[in-house]
Design a protein around this ligand. Structure first.
Ligand code: NAP
Length: 408
């Protein structure tokens, strides 16, 4: 039996105000007795209508299960069961299966996280991530719901926005997490292809709100070897997928590069090219969830060669400045001075310094490894001019889950 994501209510936090039951559009999906409010797994369709109105957050709890908790069990609880998967789920996989997958994904992410120079925690208000649920031996099967080129037709950079639909298979992800895609077939040595990791570009409740789908941002890799044009296996497989194709998906992966959920958090995002994927997810999450008057700000430093090479250039322009400050910079736009993200960070030095002084600021870097040195140098310079020490600040931010780097 495949795992499902079961919606539960925390009896320790719930104040029994009946708001969830009143807001639930499905008769009987949320009910109560004298003890507890509970969700009927047979009736709940994950519409999320109950989530925002709940005054305490008791409603927003989820467990991956193969044997769902019954109403009787939920009525009997004084507290939620442990967050760990029930034993029934664990039995569906072997340890070796788990370890192999963890090793493969961890090795990739360890390299990607080197730039934060030490182990980092997730933000204190980040949601709990589910990781390693689907393995190479037990992958989730997703169907391609759409595949669109998102760079201009005359650009050399062929970047695609791919939407994967999971149908009735639960595949929980958070903004900032990655998934694995296994290209079919074998490599030159006759071994199955390595898994490729891609950041999820859509928020946790789906590319389309409350749909069981997600999106990816993938650039087609072409390179020359021995005078011949070669195609990157993973990226060309993904960029060539057709609507309706089935894809083997593993994961989700990543438990630290996650967004803060408290509305006071300022989120500074710095990226190049397809490194923008997790920031599209975080921005869209904020856009969907924010309330008027929320104090937290968002700022995006985004570098590409030209406007035509910048993924999501059109939709990005439409996002209101009240939601996100956009600092887009181009390195090869004709008649324009070459500009990298670190140059723009320096130009915005006094504003960046104010953000660095604020304990509610969370910084994320994603994209080319090469940008790390330049971005670090820009932060150092801004700190020097504003009575701060970047090395000390970075260590403190990292230890508080406020400085995150994922570069390849
Ligand atoms: P790209 O087009 O090669 O480069 C984007 C911009 O970065 C260009 O303007 C480039 O300028 C500039 N750049 C080059 N070196 C730089 C440096 N040292 N400092 C600052 N800017 C620099 O980018 P891309 O091919 O899309 O690569 C994005 C990276 O993100 C890849 O390494 C990818 O693996 C990674 N990533 C992808 C995902 C995903 O889900 N697909 C997720 C996370 C990370 P010039 O070329 O003019 O020098």
């Amino acid at each position: 039996m495949s795992a499902i994501r079961q919606h539960l209510i925390d009896p320790e936090v719930c104040i029994r105000c009946n708001t969830c039951e009143e807001n639930c559009p499905i008769d009987g999906a949320i009910t109560h007795n004298a003890d507890n409010y509970v969700v009927d797994v047979e009736k709940c369709n994950y519409c999320m209508s109950c989530i925002a109105p709940c005054p305490t957050g008791a409603i927003d709890h989820w467990r991956m299960v193969t044997t769902p908790y019954s109403l009787e069990e939920q009525f009997s609880w004084d507290e939620l069961p442990d967050d760990a998967e029930p034993a029934a789920n664990a039995e569906t996989r072997t340890n070796a299966d788990h370890e192999a997958l963890e090793d493969e994904a961890t090795a990739i992410l360890d390299v990607a996280h080197q730039g934060q120079q030490g182990k980092v925690k997730p933000p204190f208000s980040a949601a709990h991530p589910f990781i390693n649920i689907y393995t190479r031996e037990n992958p989730a099967i997703a169907k391609v719901a759409g595949n669109y080129r998102i760079t201009s037709e005359n650009s050399d950079s062929d970047i695609h926005h791919i939407v994967l639909d999971f149908g009735s298979t639960a595949f929980p992800v958070l903004e900032g997490q990655s998934i694995g895609i296994i290209p079919p077939g074998v490599d030159g040595r006759g071994k199955p292809h390595n898994m490729r990791l891609y950041s999820v570009a859509s928020p946790r409740d789906g590319e389309r709100p409350n749909h069981n789908n997600l999106s990816l941002t993938v650039k087609r890799v072409l390179f020359e070897e021995d005078g011949e044009l070669q195609k990157g296996v993973g990226s060309n497989y993904v960029c060539d997928l057709q609507k309706g194709d089935e894809v083997q998906v593993t994961g989700a992966f990543g438990s630290t590069f996650l967004m803060p959920n408290h509305p006071e958090a300022n989120i500074m995002m710095i990226c190049t090219g397809t490194g923008s994927a997790p920031f599209r997810a975080m921005t869209e999450r904020r856009r969907r969830k924010r309330s008027p008057g929320d104090p937290g700000k968002m700022m995006l430093f985004f570098g590409a060669r030209t406007k035509g090479d910048l993924p999501y250039f059109g939709p990005l322009q439409k996002l209101p400045n009240s939601l996100i400050r956009k600092e887009l910079c181009f390195s090869r736009e004709p008649d324009q001075e070459k500009e990298y993200v670190q140059d723009r960070i320096l130009k915005c030095g006094s504003d960046v310094a104010e953000w660095l002084k604020d304990d509610n600021t969370f910084i994320y870097l994603c994209g080319l490894k090469g940008m790390e040195i330049g971005v670090e140098a820009a932060f150092s310079k801004i700190c020097e001019g504003n009575g701060l020490n970047w090395d000390t600040l970075r260590t403190a931010m990292r230890e508080n889950g406020r400085y995150h780097v994922e570069t390849y």
